[in-house]
Design a protein around this ligand. Structure first.
Ligand SMILES: *Cc1c(COP(=O)(O)O)cnc(C)c1O
Length: 456
């Protein structure tokens, strides 16, 4: 019997912890992010068996390796079945190039994949330990709705969501404010970064320790493990024979999605290249090719709004996996193996004009309907093929991730294509529901007073 996988902090100054503790804590006490001490491995025979399995069964087999000794098989199987009860389409585009649509969950973005699994795992451990948690989440739109929906109605967990009033769409807001019960929503006349700052301040305020605060942002390892699964799923469904190499293109902001892919590769998935496509917040492609890291403050506003991140928190994890050390402020204390990183990752920044052009071209050429985030991913893949014509040949397998449903961005799609994308069932009926939401200022004292008054 091998022992359970333990998790260490990227800042290397916290104790090793079991999965349940890493999950419930969110961030390590030294402000680093948790990573598994060893990556569990999935060999090609096992991978080949995934070809015919339903999504939830693949989820079960992958997460079981990380959670060995941390949850019984029966509960894990129940959790993955409940979490993954919606389709995961792989849309053929041309040659062997595909789009993986991660937009069929209850809030129509890829955030559902992680949030639904994480919330259920948290609930499982909290019930076992007879504890409760108060989750604080700052959102630029999709995280808030996915987290609100995933935790809605669960015992033992209450959720407070902070969002910048003018930076989310009506549909995104309504997905959060129409729930109620254990989901509390605060609107701020501020930027996403301000909301994030309030949340961080609350985490480090010892006067609030009695509230058992935790995080559901992608700093939580509980979000990354579920994001490895769809890489295995796409590969197993599409590969001609196990061992063949694949290219993934991932539209990226805070790099949680990409980290799921990197985990999958380190677990044995045969990936030729990750294409990491960013919007105009191009701190990562610049860093990849120069080795010099400069965050973008404040982040730039692009139409792929969920990727408006000027200092991706998961970069600390990426650098750790390549042998370096970056702290939470973005200072690099030990350089990563950049040559190896460049061999495995290609990165490119796509501006808004190019994003809009890509939406138009994909639709005209291939009848492929993309929203701004997925278009950044697709444009990144095309750019990669232009730079690497040897990989653009008809037989190379490539998958680009579509991270949200086009109906979440109707104004933009309407402007470019003059079509109003049909609402998925998940978004129907939102317009009529009543909203409950509290306005607060971006003074920390107000936020703190709110927490103390509401959750006594
Ligand atoms: C959050 C989000 C992203 C970015 O994912 P990261 O894990 O933060 O890189 C991309 N697209 C959509 C639609 C999102 O909601």
């Amino acid at each position: 019997m091998s022992s359970p996988i333990l998790f260490y902090s990227t800042n290397l100054s916290s104790e090793l912890v079991a999965f349940s503790e890493a999950l419930l804590k969110g961030q390590a006490p030294d402000k680093g992010l948790y990573l598994p001490e060893q990556m569990p491995q999935i060999d090609l025979t096992e991978l080949a068996a995934f070809k015919e399995l339903p999504y939830h069964e693949i989820a079960y087999r992958v997460t079981r390796k990380f959670l060995k000794g941390q949850i019984d098989d029966e509960n894990l199987l129940r959790i993955v079945k409940e979490a993954y009860n919606y389709p995961v389409p792989l849309e053929h585009v041309y040659d062997r190039n595909y789009v993986l649509r991660l937009d069929q969950g209850p809030t129509a973005s890829f955030k559902d994949f992680a949030a639904r699994m994480m919330s259920r795992l948290m609930q499982f451990y909290l019930a076992k330990e007879k504890r409760s948690l108060l989750i604080l989440t700052a959102t630029s739109g999709d995280t808030g709705s996915a987290v609100a929906n995933a935790f809605y109605g669960l015992d033992n967990v209450k959720v407070v969501i902070l969002f910048p009033k003018t930076e989310v769409t009506d549909r995104q807001r309504k997905q959060m404010t129409t729930l109620g019960k254990n989901v509390h929503v605060l609107a701020l006349d501020a930027k996403f970064d301000d909301c994030q700052a309030l949340v961080k301040k609350a985490f480090s305020d010892h006067n609030l320790d009695y509230l058992s605060l935790s995080s559901a942002n992608s700093i939580n390892i509980g979000r990354l493990i579920p994001q490895t699964i769809y890489y295995f799923y796409a590969y197993a469904r599409l590969c001609k024979e196990p061992g063949e190499e694949i290219i993934f293109s991932v539209p990226s902001g805070n790099f949680g999605d990409m980290m799921g892919g990197i985990f999958a590769m380190k677990m044995g998935l045969p990936v030729k290249k990750f294409v990491i496509a960013t919007n105009e917040n191009d701190e990562f492609p610049k860093f990849l090719y120069s080795g010099i890291y400069n965050k973008i403050e404040p982040s730039l506003n692009c139409i792929s709004s969920a990727m408006n991140v000027g200092h991706p928190s998961n970069l600390a994890r990426l650098i750790a996996l390549y042998g370096g050390l970056m702290d939470e402020t973005g200072t690099i204390h030990q350089p990563a193996d950049m040559e190896k990183m460049r061999k495995e990752i290609y990165s490119f920044s796509i501006n808004d004009e190019k994003t809009r052009q890509t939406i138009a071209n994909a639709y005209q050429q291939f009848n492929l309907l993309l929203e701004p985030h997925g278009a950044v991913g697709w444009a990144g893949l095309i750019q990669y093929f232009t730079d690497h014509p040897e990989d653009a040949a008809g037989d190379r397998l490539a998958v680009s991730l579509e991270t949200a449903h086009p109906a979440k961005f109707p104004q933009e799609i309407m402007k470019i294509l003059s079509i109003d994308p049909a609402l998925p069932p998940a978004l129907e009926g939102l317009e009529e529901k009543a909203e409950v939401c509290l306005n607060i200022s971006n003074e920390y004292s107000d936020f703190k007073a709110y927490l103390q008054k509401t959750f006594e």
